[in-house]
Ligand binder design. Structure first.
Ligand code: FAD
Length: 318
């Protein structure tokens, strides 16, 4: 059967959820062959095998941690040459998109970024994407070379599909550019204990209606009752009420959770651009005419200072 190369996103051997989602999609196209790099690469094999990887290529070298993306591109290219896959799938993180784009240039292929679904087609994989601030859904196919596709987190379920997961070390010769940009320091962000915004199954966001940094604890409490990540509109971020790393939208992060709850957010096109592919959308807004109500599945017309604490209490008592 045809093989599909899947780039593994992991932290010291702990495989991140978007990679397991990629394996679900990869199995629609062929047999997934996973590529895990850096410290803990070998430790990823059991979980990758449980989710359908027939083979796990591994490579560990200081270059992966000490330099930016080029060593990883070198490894992905080596894996591509070894496997001759029918497609290369990469998680749609900022780093994933850079790695995928560089690989596509090197192997002379087309690239599709931020796919939200994948299906097998007679002439190659067909990817679904959201276009024009998610006002349209498009289906595209790459017509040149081996398709390189990045897939947004939360686009597919994680499914158990036991496979061999045979570990095979990959030999990688680093290119001259690999050591061109060195990492000089890393600063870990203080952990909030909440899920990563772009990977969370539920996102609870606050906008200008929250009316001050001191009130964001209401949004955080609702998020915590649901095990959700916290998002914010640009108006809330620009006002200094919440960090930019939590901004959702065109100039912030793009999220696609199972559930998105917008509180005191009007629904400007630039905000929609980052959340419109959410599976279920709920808005709390005191203005019944707010544009956000045009795209919601459930809308609550009311003052968030009344509604949000009630919602939080109700969820916490269940
Ligand atoms: P507002 O539009 O002011 O809406 C506040 C809402 O809260 C209103 O609907 C109001 O009825 C409601 N409200 C007020 N009080 C309460 C209450 N007590 N209870 C319930 N509801 C209440 N925006 C983004 O979000 N993300 C982006 O990435 C982004 N990128 C941009 C890029 C460009 C180039 C530009 C030009 C703009 C961008 N914007 C972005 C800004 C965007 O156009 C809007 O200005 C912004 O999204 C508005 O944020 P908001 O909905 O929180 O505020």
């Amino acid at each position: 059967m045809a093989e599909v190369l899947v780039y593994v996103d992991h932290v010291d051997g702990a495989v991140r959820k978007p990679t397991l989602e990629l394996l679900t999609l990869a199995r629609r196209l062929g047999d997934p062959v996973a590529l895990a790099l850096g410290a803990g690469a070998q430790a990823t094999a059991p979980v990758l095998a449980e989710h359908g990887a027939v083979k796990v290529l591994t490579s560990d070298a200081p270059e992966y941690a000490d330099y930016l993306v080029v060593p990883k591109v070198d490894a992905l290219q080596a894996a591509h040459e070894l496997v001759s896959p029918v497609a290369v799938l990469v998680p749609s993180s900022a780093e994933g998109k850079e790695i995928a784009a560089r690989l596509a240039v090197r192997i002379g292929s087309g690239i599709i970024t931020d796919a939200t679904d994948l299906e097998a087609g007679t002439d190659g994989p067909i990817a679904t994407q959201a276009a024009f601030a998610a006002s349209f859904t498009t289906k595209s196919r790459i017509t040149k070379g081996v398709p390189v596709i990045t897939v947004k987190p939360n686009s597919a379920p994680v499914e158990a599909a036991p496979a061999a997961g045979t570990v095979q070390p990959l030999t990688v010769s680093f290119s001259a550019q690999a050591t061109g940009t060195k990492v000089v320091s890393r600063t870990a962000r203080e952990s909030t204990g909440r899920p990563e915004l772009t990977e969370a199954a539920i996102v609870v966001s606050g906008g200008r209606g929250v009316n001050g940094a001191e009130n964001f604890h209401l949004i955080e409490a609702l998020a915590d009752s649901l095990g959700a990540a916290v998002g914010a509109s640009r108006a809330a971020v620009d006002a200094g009420w919440y960090p930019h790393s939590n901004q959702v939208g065109q100039t912030g992060k793009s999220v696609s959770p199972q559930l998105y709850i917008a509180n005191g957010i009007s629904g400007a096109i630039q905000h929609r651009a980052g959340m419109q592919t959410s599976k279920t959308i709920i808005a709390v807004n005191k203005d019944a005419e707010a544009p956000i109500f045009d795209l919601v599945d459930y809308g609550i017309v009311g003052d968030l200072f009344n509604v949000v604490p009630q919602l939080t209490n109700e969820i916490n008592t269940r």
